[in-house]
Design a protein around this ligand. Structure first.
Ligand code: BYC
Ligand code: FE
Ligand code: FE
Length: 470
């Protein structure tokens, strides 16, 4: 069944109406969700018509529909990709056994924890971005922000469906708590570090969607392999939406770079700031901050949790089918460790290195994105290269937390780091300058002076289309 039932309060392709208890539980959660959206979501824009994409089917072609909608009326629904007949568990100790349609009792705790951690990031990102619309550089960008926000809201729904449907009372309690934690709140923060960082300006937003949403992509790829079939199918559909979030980040930063290069070519002797553009080295420092923070989201390099999740068949590797050995039983993985203030290469059991295996795939993907920005510089004839910081730089989780490294990954002492961090991470002055540029531009087709227009509009619409009716 791939069609989506829109006659229901909660659009879904899981035949919700045949399970009255579940339906009632979700319908009770729904008003709390809307309350949360109005309180913690994009403030002050709930009465505006926004040209949004809504998922209307899980078919590969034509899964989305575009139209004006007020955000609180967005049809947040529950969509799983169709089940594969006779799907088998693809990795770990249960390799080859039929995929689970119910929660395996012995792994209930781990599974719940994975789902709650994934779920928590979705509303967190909406909270982090809640004020950005007030300073959007164009209606096109404002619409993209809202698109990302409503889809993160839907991702929360996707996880809450799993909690309600498969975890009984404690699942419902977890679902309630997901609406109670708040990003950056000292007493009741979101679970993972990056999701408590403020995201106050649009350069941060673009870096966030580039690097942090891409962590989302890789975590979802790993969970899409899960032996718990409802989780796998849920994550597969979420990935369809995720691609656009990274597009927003990748092209958002590229447009900022393009604009700066234009200004540098027009006024070669001036500081780009004099002409309202963001200097390339400032952009690099923002990249360094969000790239390193997002690397933390993969957890420790050597992690017994990750070994347990893999062994149990709950969380695999991205594109597990590309690996030859799905048991990873006696295999080892060589990685860099930090021991007695020295970098040493060490071999550890592969299962304990699954966080690092996923991080490596993620890093390779990011590096391609950074090269895309470098092509902007090349095309403009500007002699500047962006770099992706070494994975050891500025880490607060895992092997390298607590030690100091430069962006090339060379070990340095604390004092050198303190003296030089203004070269590597956004300074107070950088932030003040970037924030000073954050003035709304709301005329259709017009863009703030610090960012170039996109190459094309949304869904075949022109760039000057009225993407948000203010
Ligand atoms: N911050 O054994 P370790 C997305 C904790 S983004 C704070 O290495 P593990 C999205 C860890 O919980 C994708 N704490 O951990 C993007 C553990 O705690 P306990 C989100 C951290 O479990 C943008 C301890 O440190 N999805 O979708 O192997 C917009 C030991 O660590 C952090 C997922 O994360 C951190 N960064 O790995 C919207 C998938 N890292 O046991 C949405 C589900 C670690 O000592 N989560 N800790 O209390 C997981 O797979 C794993 O929990 C993690 C952590 C990969 C996150
Ligand atoms: Fe998401
Ligand atoms: Fe996302």
């Amino acid at each position: 069944m791939t069609g989506i039932d829109y006659s229901q309060k909660i659009p879904n392709n899981v035949d919700l109406k045949s399970d009255k208890r579940l339906q009632r539980a979700l319908e009770r959660w729904q008003p709390d969700y809307i309350e949360w959206w109005k309180e913690a979501g994009p403030t002050d824009f709930n009465a505006n018509d926004v040209y949004l994409r809504t998922a209307v089917s899980v078919d590969r072609d034509g899964w989305a529909h575009f139209d004006y909608v007020k955000m609180p009326d967005y049809r947040w629904g529950i969509f799983l990709t169709p089940s594969e007949e006779d799907r088998k568990i693809g990795f770990g100790d249960h390799y080859g056994e039929p995929a689970w349609q119910q929660v395996p009792g012995e792994y209930r705790g781990w599974l719940r924890r994975l789902i709650v951690t994934q779920a928590d990031t979705e509303p967190a990102s909406v909270e982090q971005q809640r004020l950005l619309a007030h300073t959007a550089p164009s209606l096109y960008d404002m619409r993209n922000l809202f698109q990302v926000n409503v889809e993160e809201g839907r991702h929360l729904w996707a996880m809450v469906y799993l909690l309600h449907s498969y975890f009984g009372k404690d699942g419902r309690e977890e679902a309630d708590e997901l609406l109670e934690r708040r990003s950056g709140n000292a007493d009741h923060p979101r679970i993972l570090t990056t999701f408590n960082e403020p995201c106050r300006d649009w350069l941060s937003f673009f870096c966030f969607t580039m690097f942090t949403d891409r962590d989302g992509k890789y975590q979802l790829l790993a969970l899409a392999e899960s032996g718990f079939d409802p989780l796998a199918r849920t994550c597969r559909f979420m990935l369809t939406e995720e691609a656009y979030h990274m597009f927003v980040g990748q092209t958002g930063v590229a447009r900022v770079v393009r604009r700066t290069c234009e200004v540098m070519n027009e006024f070669p002797d001036a500081d780009p700031r004099e002409h309202g553009a963001i200097p390339l080295d400032v952009i690099q420092r923002y990249v360094n901050f969000w790239a390193s923070s997002s690397l933390d989201l993969f957890g420790a390099e050597v992690s017994s949790n990750s070994a347990n999740f893999f062994s149990a068949g709950l969380k695999g590797r991205a594109h597990e089918e590309k690996f030859e050995d799905h048991l990873a039983q006696d295999a080892e993985f060589e990685l860099e460790r930090w021991k007695d203030d020295q970098l040493v290469r060490e071999r550890v059991p592969l299962r304990n290195a699954m966080n690092e295996v996923l991080r490596e795939a993620y890093i390779a993907d990011n590096q391609k994105g950074v090269e895309y920005w470098n092509r902007e510089c090349e095309k403009a004839g500007i002699d500047f290269r962006f770099t992706y910081p070494n994975r050891r730089f500025h880490r607060t989780i895992g092997e390298f937390a607590g030690a100091h490294f430069d962006p090339e990954g060379n070990p340095i002492d604390e004092r050198t780091f303190a003296e030089r961090q203004h070269e590597w991470l956004p300074t107070e002055k950088d932030r003040d300058y970037v924030e000073s540029l954050m003035k709304p531009v709301t005329e259709p087709g017009k863009f703030a002076a610090w960012i170039a227009p996109p190459l094309r509009g949304i869904n075949g619409q022109p760039i000057e289309f009225e993407y948000v009716r203010l």
